[in-house]
Design a binder for this molecule. Structure first.
Ligand code: ZN
Length: 349
């Protein structure tokens, strides 16, 4: 078969980059037409890539990580490229035998929503590396043995349709209120984008990655702070027993009662509403966001850089960062020094 049709994988995948003329048998052509281009139940969309050097792997339109191609997961970024597909190999380079992604190069005048997508893309465990001098290959993931059959494709097609019907997501009134306050806070725009994703549950937590088909169901989904619970957004920022001690120290530092709520938005609003004046609320809002931002950074450092969790360091960094934002927000007319801030922040809010 390989002799007659050439290396199938090169031809199927390469075709979609170069748009070369199809030489497949009628049988293959019919199979490849199952589902339309945007249909994640189609034959091609469901081929999982076994990665070689990445030269034949279309970065955006084929699923090479998880169960959906990146053009569906990050539609606005893909739009910026005006639908121009590129190979995975051209999205990075080898530096001292280490693979480095070029994603930062996409940071050109993106809309807010597209920047949100870029941040999401950067956080997906791209710890995956192409393999030098190896052919790309493919497997059919809907069957346990990796061999294609029509019924598994059909099942996925129907399931995909049902998922899409249930998909539309609107912001609730509380999320909207939180988001409005978020944009008024004085902090760097990358932290606002982070906060926006947090409010909408669009951070790449492990359970979110499983939901979006990027991690497999049976991949380790445990919280990295060692509590052995599943990592989702409410766990990571509110309910984790290890991090609750950190939050306890933050609330103690501020002299604000620990909230009873167990979701991010109500805890954020609780902290804001603990203070009377609007400008104080904005400042305390920055502290809440700084805490979440630093938890997220440490969580990523644990996963990607093998850093050991350190709650004292996060606490110190929250104080430092919020003081710095406050100073910058005040055009660097010093309101208080760091020592005063770290001892009694409420006096300066
Ligand atoms: Zn935990």
């Amino acid at each position: 078969m390989e002799e007659r049709y050439g290396r199938l994988v090169d031809r199927i995948l390469f075709k979609s980059i170069k748009g070369s003329k199809s030489l497949e048998s009628l049988w293959w052509r019919d199979i490849m037409k199952i589902g339309d281009d945007n249909d994640d139940a189609g034959f091609i969309q469901n081929l999982a890539i076994k990665l070689g050097d990445g030269g034949c792997v279309p970065f955006w339109t084929k699923r090479w990580l998880g169960s959906r191609p990146f053009c569906l997961l990050f539609p606005l970024l893909f739009q910026v490229l005006e639908g121009n597909e590129v190979s995975m190999q051209s999205m990075g380079r080898w530096e001292n035998n280490r693979w480095v992604w070029n994603l930062a190069e996409m940071e050109v005048e993106l809309s807010l929503e597209a920047s949100v997508e870029l941040e999401e893309l950067k956080e997906i465990p791209l710890g995956i590396e192409p393999r030098k001098n190896e052919h790309d290959n493919f497997v059919w993931p809907l069957n346990e043995d990796g061999v294609f059959n029509v019924s598994s494709c059909y099942k996925k097609l129907m399931q995909g349709r049902a998922d899409r019907v249930a998909e539309p997501r609107r912001m609730g009134a509380r999320s909207l209120e939180a988001a409005q306050i978020l944009w008024e806070l004085r902090m760097p725009s990358k932290v606002k984008i982070f906060g926006w994703r947090l409010i909408q549950d669009r951070l790449a937590t492990k359970s979110q990655l499983i939901k979006r088909g990027i991690l497999e169901q049976n991949d380790a989904a445990c919280c990295v702070f060692g509590c052995s619970q599943i990592e989702d957004i409410q766990h990571l920022f509110i309910n984790c027993a290890v991090l609750r001690r950190l939050w306890g120290s933050i609330y103690d530092w501020l002299g604000i009662a620990y909230p009873v709520g167990s979701d991010c938005i109500s805890n954020f609003l609780h902290m804001l509403n603990s203070l009377r004046f609007k400008c104080s609320r904005k400042r305390v809002g920055c502290i809440w966001m700084a805490t979440c931002w630093l938890i997220w950074k440490q969580r990523n450092d644990i996963i990607f850089n093998n850093v050991v969790a350190d709650m004292d360091e996060i606490l110190h960094s929250v104080k430092m960062l919020s003081w710095w934002w406050l100073e910058i927000g005040n055009n660097r007319k010093v309101l208080c020094n760091f020592y005063e801030w770290s001892h009694c922040p409420l006096e300066y809010m």
